[in-house]
Write a protein that binds this ligand. Structure first.
Ligand code: 26W
Length: 816
């Protein structure tokens, strides 16, 4: 966007004055940040208003992306980039002697998500706006995001993340769109004159859902979509009626409910805990969203509900919002008197469900007792859905009791949210080709047989605006100087870099940038953690949530084996390597927390042993989050994507690293399979069991890791170190890890995730990497090819597929 620099400068100076009563030269970075946000927001708001004017006047179809998590990252830099104001803003700030980077760093990175699923939602919003697709992100305005991680004495310690403490600079409160959300009480059936029953919820507790809107700026266009996050407020700060009736405790209860409901994001990733408050959160934001949508729909189209699917699509980001199926039925049937069958057809046409994991611990199954107490009317509706579905299975497929119990939405005293989502949607998708095949042929086989037409794949993607344009401005500029700037909106343009993989001049520039990024990261570690790392070493990075299936353990055990090799043979010719980890563990996931401690203990051992002459370094980067990812990923040489095959649904970090010219060290899991297809086998390090092998091995159930221990002396050496006091003064500290690998722990199978089974193959792949790195030019070529071949993994491609194949959503051009 062309802006007048002088005007902009005046606005900025004025804003500093009004907001802080200061001259610009005396303002603190925080005050400057605030004034800059105000200035930028003005430009954004014009487009934002216009966007919604056009949506309303054209009656365009809108997608609501329903998600418990949106891991947006900082807003400022991304908004400026997408407004294409970066150069102008930076020039103005330079003229005013202000450090732009420092201002960006002042923004609290809002961590309203756990990991991949939340970040995917954020990338999708960026693509939706860039593609001019009408969209709302719908979620919860948690007052506390994912905890801030501190490492104390090698252990993770969780600190509250009060992201709103300095105000909410980007959110706009919209009290006029508030709605009431009801919990508990009882349902009374009221017989109507026509003999039909009306169901009324009585004696309930309720809260007011109040939306806050955040702008989602499209790249180089006029589209500004909305991220709508719901906050809870008490109905009446002091409910007068309840008070007068002497129902003082109810008034207080409702106030407490409002306070706790949106207080904090649940920080357990891929682990279902069955907490009442979590179910309340789910119903809260789903009900608020659907009520608001239906109110608006009725304002625009009256009660012609047949066209609801032509106007709204609801995408369910995992099962977390799958209660939407029942809530939409309630609104249509109870509040708008639609016949059940008609409402059901409409609901199915509107809803679509994305599955993000096959980990069985993640499956949401609510106990009937809890569910029916909290949501009595919704429970009745789920019962009816279940009854009709079971009848369908019997009539159409002659299903017997066995089949029914396997597939019912309600069984064994529980409500199975994934099944509710599948039954109530017209589309069920996995997030990578392999993942979708596993859903169809294993996890959801029964449903695939009944509804084959519903199943489809949408391989994940990432936004190149944040993950290249914003995170790696040097590389972005080199690419633009070389092939033009079309890649910002069409990532397949990067293919044009292929010929440059052999161009000496380009190779040098590409690798100089990598070097510069590595030096910057080294400065960052020095400044924040006091650790020195060598920018000439290989930066080998594994950053993601800590989970056993992701196998950070495999990585750190391999580091230990390298250490042992160097101890035996100090002259060993290996390229110096810095192994960088970043990972938050769920607060209650004991094994994962112990693995963090292990990584830090290995770091202590290795980093302080002068005899290995700095050939190995281990760094655990504290508090991994979006803004830290933006520093780490552009500096990576090797990207560790080493999950047990079949377990990682897709992965998206793998795509960010590839885009930034790192080589993948990976298993044939999730989207790694497709990365291999794009780059070819010479430009990636693949190792380990395949998904089929893992599944077969698991079924055979005769794997004995002791065989590996006995045969492989590297493995033996490393495992012994876990229990012989080398790593901690308490030799028993890591006994649990040792046992889990060799003997099984607490009833689970030994080495459930095949760490030892894949160890040798992993070590060999690492040797291949070490060897390749010695040929600087060859390595550079591979790195460039990785960037050049990453076009498929743009979330623009993914979102186009969702829009065309699931939502039937058309772009709407916004003119100013
Ligand atoms: C109920 C607790 C819970 C919380 C979060 C269960 C499950 C989750 C998510 C589904 C976990 C998650 O983020 N899954 C990741 O989704 C990414 C986006 O599709 C994939 O790339 C990752 O492979 C997958 O682990």
């Amino acid at each position: 966007m062309k802006i007048d620099k002088e005007v902009f400068k005046t606005q900025l100076i004025e804003n500093v004055k009004t907001l802080s009563r200061k001259k610009i030269e005396n303002a603190t970075p925080e005050q400057l940040y605030e004034a800059l946000v105000f200035t930028i927001r003005d430009y954004v708001t014009d487009k934002w208003l216009r966007t919604h004017e056009v949506y309303d006047s054209t009656g365009a179809k809108v997608v609501c992306y329903l998600s418990m998590e949106f891991l947006m990252g900082r807003f400022l830099g991304n908004a400026i980039l997408n407004m294409t104001m970066t150069d102008e803003v930076q020039e103005v700030l330079k003229e005013l002697n202000i450090d732009y980077n420092q201002l960006e760093e002042t923004e609290h990175d809002p961590g309203l998500g756990n990991g991949g699923l939340g970040r995917l939602a954020a990338c999708f919003l960026d693509s939706l706006s860039t593609l001019e697709l009408p969209a709302y992100g719908c979620g919860i305005r948690y007052h506390y995001g994912i905890f801030e991680q501190k490492i104390e004495n090698g252990y993770q310690v969780e600190k509250p993340d009060n992201w709103l403490e300095n105000g909410d600079m980007w959110g706009v409160k919209r009290p006029e769109y508030s709605v009431e959300v009801k919990f508990g009480g009882n349902v009374r059936a009221v017989r109507q004159p026509d003999g039909q029953y009306n169901f009324v919820q009585e004696n309930y507790q309720s809260v007011i859902a109040v939306p806050y809107d955040y702008p989602v700026v499209g790249y180089n266009n006029n589209t500004v979509n909305t991220l709508r996050l719901w906050d809870a407020e008490a109905k009446n700060k002091f409910d007068l009626k309840s008070f007068n009736e002497g129902n003082y405790s109810k008034a207080v209860e409702e106030e407490n409910l409002a306070k706790t409901l949106t207080e904090v994001l649940y920080p357990a990733d891929e682990h279902y805990a069955g907490k009442e408050l979590r179910l309340r959160q789910q119903y809260f934001f789903v009900s608020a969203t659907l009520q608001r949508v239906i109110n608006k729909f009725k304002d625009m189209y009256g009660d012609n509900f047949d066209i609801l699917p032509d106007k709204y699509a609801f995408q369910l980001n995992d099962t977390h919002p799958s209660i939407a199926v029942a809530e939409l039925m309630r609104i249509l049937v109870d509040e708008n008197s639609l016949p059940w069958d008609k409402a059901w057809e409409i609901t199915k046409k509107c809803c679509a469900y994305t599955n993000h994991t096959i980990m069985s611990e993640a499956l949401e199954k609510w106990p009937i007792e809890l569910f029916s107490r909290l949501l009595p009317r919704i429970y009745m509706i789920v019962e009816e859905i279940n009854k009709r579905f079971c009848e369908y299975l019997i009539n159409k497929y002659n299903a017997g009791p066995e089949k029914i119990r396997k597939m019912a939405v309600i069984a064994d005293g529980q409500i199975r949210m994934a099944f509710l989502a599948i039954v109530g949607s017209h589309s069920v998708n996995g997030v990578a080709a392999l993942h979708t095949e596993i859903l169809k042929n294993q996890e959801l086989k029964d449903f695939y047989e009944v509804f084959p037409e519903r199943f489809n794949n949408k391989t994940n993607g990432i936004t190149q605006r944040r993950w290249l344009g914003h995170a790696n401005p040097r590389l972005a500029k080199l690419i633009t100087d070389t092939i033009g700037d079309k890649w910002y909106t069409d990532l397949t343009e990067l293919k044009k870099l292929m010929p440059y993989a052999k161009d000496k001049d380009f190779i040098k520039k590409f690798m100089d940038i990598k070097q510069k990024n590595k030096e910057e990261l080294s400065d960052y570690f020095k400044a924040t953690m006091g650790i020195e790392i060598d920018p000439n070493s290989i930066y080998d990075i594994q950053v993601k949530r800590l989970h056993e299936y992701k196998r950070q353990l495999l990585n750190i055990l391999h580091v230990l084996s390298l250490y042992n090799k160097l101890k035996v043979n100090p002259g060993l010719d290996i390229t110096p390597r810095t192994f960088i980890f970043g990972a938050k563990s769920a607060a209650g996931y004991r094994r994962a927390k112990l693995i963090i401690k292990l990584i830090n203990s290995v770091a202590d051992l290795v980093n302080n042993d002068e005899s290995i002459e700095g050939k190995l370094k281990v760094v655990f980067a504290e508090n991994y989050r979006v803004s830290l990812a933006e520093k780490l990923i552009p500096a990576a040489d090797i990207s560790e994507q080493i999950s047990t095959a079949s377990k990682e649904a897709s992965g998206t970090g793998n795509m960010k690293f590839m885009l930034n010219g790192a080589l993948t060290m990976g298993t044939l899991d999730g989207a790694n399979v497709e990365i291999l297809e794009e780059v070819g086998k010479d430009n990636i390090f693949i190792f380990g069991m395949t998904a089929d092998e893992v599944i077969a091995e698991y079924a055979a159930n005769n794997y004995n890791p002791w065989d590996i221990y006995n045969m492989n002396s590297d493995v033996r050496g490393v495992l012994n170190m876990l229990i012989n006091g080398t790593l901690d003064e308490n030799p028993e500290l890591f006994r649990e890890i040792y046992d889990s690998l060799l003997n099984g722990y607490n009833g689970s199978r030994p080495d459930e995730y095949f760490v030892l089974k894949d160890f040798a193959s992993y070590a060999q792949a690492q040797e291949r990497a070490d060897k390749l790195y010695k040929d600087k030019e060859k390595w550079a070529q591979c790195a460039i090819i990785n960037t050049a071949c990453s076009g498929k993994f743009s979330s623009d491609r993914t979102i186009k597929e969702y829009a065309e194949e699931i939502w039937n959503l058309k772009p709407v051009h916004i003119d100013m």
